[in-house]
Structure formats: C-alpha cells, structure tokens
Design a protein around this ligand. Sequence first.
Ligand code: PSU
Ligand code: MN
Length: 306
Amino acid sequence: MQSDLEIREEVRAALAGGQPVVALESTIIAHGMPYPQNVETARRVEAIVREGGAVPATIAILGGKLKVGLSDSELDQFGENGQAIRKVSTRDLPYVVARREHGATTVASTMRIAAMAGIATFATGGIGGVHRGAERSFDISADMTEFAESNVAVVTAGAKAILDLALTLETLETLGVPVIGFGTDELPAFYSRHSGHAVPLRCDSADQVAAVMRAKWRMGLKGGVVVANPIPAEAEIPAQEISPVIEVAVRKAAQQNIQGKNITPFLLAEIASVTEGRSLAANIALVENNARLAAAIASAFAKDRP
Ligand code: PSU
Ligand code: MN
C-alpha cells in the first residue's frame, strides 16, 4: 500500500517531527463548489490551517497516486477540471489507482488516506450521512461506515440539512462514533447553527477534543470522531429560511431521478442557484471556520501524541 501513497515533503517532515497536520478533502473542490471559488477557497483554507500553526495536506488522487498534499499548480489544475474528475469514495479507490486515473476524494476516502499517512485531524464542510427517504433508497453515505474504520477526527459544520439528521445521529451511535458539539449542545445543520437535534457530547476547547481522541485510540477503540462546529452566526442561513429551499431541491432530485453519488452535488448546486449564491458564501465561511478549529485541535493533539 505504501507505494500508492505520495506524501508531499513538507507534510512528511511535519509528520516525522510530530508537528500538527490537517487533512483536507477534494470532492468539495471538484464537485462541491464552482470554479474559481473552489480553488480560491481551497487556497484560503490551506492558509488558515497554516495561520493556526499546522501544515495543510489536501488529499486527492492524481494519475492513480494517493496524494497527501498538493502543489499550487496541482491544486489549480484539479479545481479547473472540477466536475470532469471522478468522485471517489472508499469503494472506488482500487479502480482509480489501478487505472491511474484522477479522483476527487470524499470524506470517506480522505479519512482512509489520511489514516494511511498517519494524519489524525481533518477539516471538511459537511460530512455525508443518511439521506431522507433512506428507508426506501438505502442511501447512507460511506462517510458513516468510514467513521467506524479510520482513526481520524473530522471537523464538520454538523451535517447537511439535505440529510435526515435524526437517522444520521442514530447511525453514528450504532457505529460507536463519538459526536461532539463544539461549544454547543445541538447538532448544527451546515447552513444553520440550529437543527433541533441534541448532540450526545460537548467540548468547549480544542484541548478537550484532543483528550477525547487520545482516550479513544489509547483504549484501542477503532474509528473516527465527529466534531460538529456551528457555522459563524454572521454567515448562517437560518433553518426556517433554508428549509423550504432544501425541500424543493430534494423533490426536484427525485423528479429528475438523480441517484447515488450524484445526489449530494446536485442538491448543493440547486440550493446555491436558488439562494443566488448565498448558500455558497455560507459554505465557504463554514469550511474556513472548520479549518481554523481543526488546526487548533491538531496542535493540541500534537502536544501529547499517543
Ligand atoms: N459537503 C459539502 N460539499 C461537498 C460534500 C460535503 O459542503 O462536496 C461532499 C463530501 O466530500 C462528502 C460527500 O464526503 O459530499 C458525500 O457524498 P455522498 O452523500 O454521495 O456520500
Ligand atoms: Mn449516497
């Protein structure tokens, strides 16, 4: 497996020296946002991680190599090609590597590659979860099951309100995944700070989160940790405003028979178009906010690595 991994020198040095590193995903770049906002955001997120004292490692697949850390030109090229790049979940990894293709990694495959590289902290926008209507479609993101496999803490703005948040929380409980509200007792709903769903656990500092990570893995409990970080108040779209937009988008996806891995990108693009870019601005703000917290958690975790 080692030979499929290509860890950027800066990241390798940081890991070897026990310095904090934050993994970042690439599906959000290729399929979650339009060009050029996707590349601009990816760069700003990397800069925020650096300001927070950690080394950013954007993860993507280039020519079949599992890249951990991208150069400026690699990131540019990747963002420009956007939708043309295959969205790669854990199931797709062997195919894309065998055929030496490019791939945009989801939360699930990014977690897996981060774990292979020895990175314990990861910032995303929002994790995938259990879709509305999953009792019929069985559409449960592989992000869920990956949380039972890979020892990585993921900072997320809760879970997208395009999902069934109650079923998503139930699934994470079944899989033995700690779901921590950061400074909140409520699961944030991506664009909105409030969802009405209580989180089972709460931490109020990066040190507290790092202590949970250490305790989990010290006990030999396998898998990840969800760190649910509410979108900043000034950027949020209140639930009562965004809910009807989401309802319409979900219905439209059903009418157009959008299925499987196309659903999440379709819904994000629909919502961005109906809100005239307001949801995109919110999305960017929450990713940046998550990068800031992830850098703090990675720094706290690096102080006393197990
Ligand atoms: N959240 C965003 N934008 C995204 C995603 C999440 O704001 O693009 C992506 C993540 O990569 C996540 C994926 O892992 O959507 C989930 O896709 P699916 O529901 O098909 O598992
Ligand atoms: Mn799915």
